[in-house]
Design a protein around this ligand. Structure first.
Ligand code: AP5
Ligand code: MG
Length: 233
């Protein structure tokens, strides 16, 4: 895949906030990791932040653990503060790819207000759409790097060396919340609020609906062409 064209000078100064929306296993993390490299802006993933907090044994991680194990959303009061702190870091000054946040209308409103107070806005919302049976198949074969969060798939996206992360050499693991009963709960409980988030942005004309069943590089190319076209318009 070729790298995306550089941003036009007139928009290159505007902070590039891209939101990836999709159900469990839709490919948000996979695409965000590639886009981060292609666009040179960080990948901020609420799920990865919670997992890092759990691994570090912080109060935030302990609070999130029960919700995640049951396939429920962590309450907005906790999630919004955590994510806004990340978005305010100097590393995200040029922009960020948001993976998994916002995923309730309350989170969307909080984010919109924070950005508006700084004269900023979400530039594009990419809705990655995949049928449920394919989502279940994907998470069953998923292996994840515990250090950087990069996801792999045993068949469709294996690492170069079996069981080892391409980026940092860490030993890959399966996620605790990828057990079939937790995946079912995540789909049942989290898809309806996710659809409300898409609706929330639909009226602003910034949502692109993508067929997430295409191969990984085709999904990336599709996102880059849409993002490139829209941020230049
Ligand atoms: P989170 O970690 O965000 O989980 P999720 O949203 O359920 O999404 P996943 O990470 O499971 O899927 P993905 O879309 O990233 O897919 P991936 O790229 O890995 O959140 C975990 C938990 O944290 C939540 O359940 C909740 O409890 C809590 N939480 C997080 N954010 C929250 C928030 N904002 N508010 C409240 N609570 C929150 O791909 C999946 C697999 O498919 C991989 O194996 C990959 O290799 C493969 N694959 C990807 N694309 C393709 C393709 N095109 N073709 C074939 N295979 C593919
Ligand atoms: Mg993910």
């Amino acid at each position: 895949m070729t790298a995306s064209a550089p941003l036009e000078p007139d928009v290159a100064d505007e902070r590039l906030i891209l939101l990836l929306v999709g159900a469990v296993g839709a490919g948000k993390g996979t695409q965000a990791s590639i886009l981060s490299r292609e666009l040179g802006i960080p990948h901020l993933a609420s799920g990865n932040l919670f997992r890092a907090a759990m691994a570090a044994g912080t109060p935030l991680g302990e609070e999130a653990r029960g919700y995640m194990e049951r396939g429920e959303l962590v309450p907005d009061e906790t999630t919004i503060g955590m994510f806004m702190e990340e978005l305010a870091r100097p590393g995200a000054a040029r922009g960020a790819i948001l993976d998994g946040f916002p995923r309730t209308v309350g989170q969307s409103t909080a984010l919109d207000e924070t950005l508006a107070a700084q004269g900023e806005r979400i530039r594009r919302v990419i809705s990655i759409e995949v049928p449920t049976e394919e989502l279940v198949r994907r998470v069953a074969g998923r292996w994840v790097c515990p250090q950087c969060g990069t996801p792999y798939h045993a068949i469709t996206d294996p690492p170069r060396t079996a069981g080892v992360c391409n980026k940092d050499g860490a030993q890959l693991r399966q996620r605790d919340d990828d057990r079939p009963e937790v995946v079912r709960a995540r789909l049942e409980r989290q898809v309806p609020p996710m659809l409300q988030v898409v609706d929330h942005y639909e009226g602003s004309g910034i949502v692109d609906h993508l067929d997430g069943t295409q191969p990984i590089d085709a999904v990336t190319a599709s996102i880059l062409s849409r993002v490139g076209a829209r941020i230049r318009s």
